[in-house]
Design a protein around this ligand. Structure first.
Ligand code: SF4
Length: 62
């Protein structure tokens, strides 16, 4: 499973980082990005929750 943040849509609210810090963190542009290539085992539900909770639907899960 992969998670990607669309940098054009992210409004830097921080919700995804609160929900799933194992996968999302801030980048140098102060936007969220995925810090792992593959969502680690056991983090899938949190990653999906982060995607569902993103106010701008910036997170794509595949
Ligand atoms: S929840 Fe969405 S808008 Fe908020 S920081 Fe994460 S990717 Fe950006």
């Amino acid at each position: 499973m992969k998670a990607v943040v669309d940098q054009d849509l992210c409004i830097s609210c921080g919700a995804c980082i609160d929900v799933c810090p194992e996968v999302f963190d801030w980048n140098d542009e102060e936007k969220a990005h995925a810090i792992v290539d593959e969502v680690p085992e056991g983090q899938e539900d949190q990653a999906r929750e982060a995607a569902d909770g993103c106010p701008t639907e910036a997170i794509k899960i595949s």
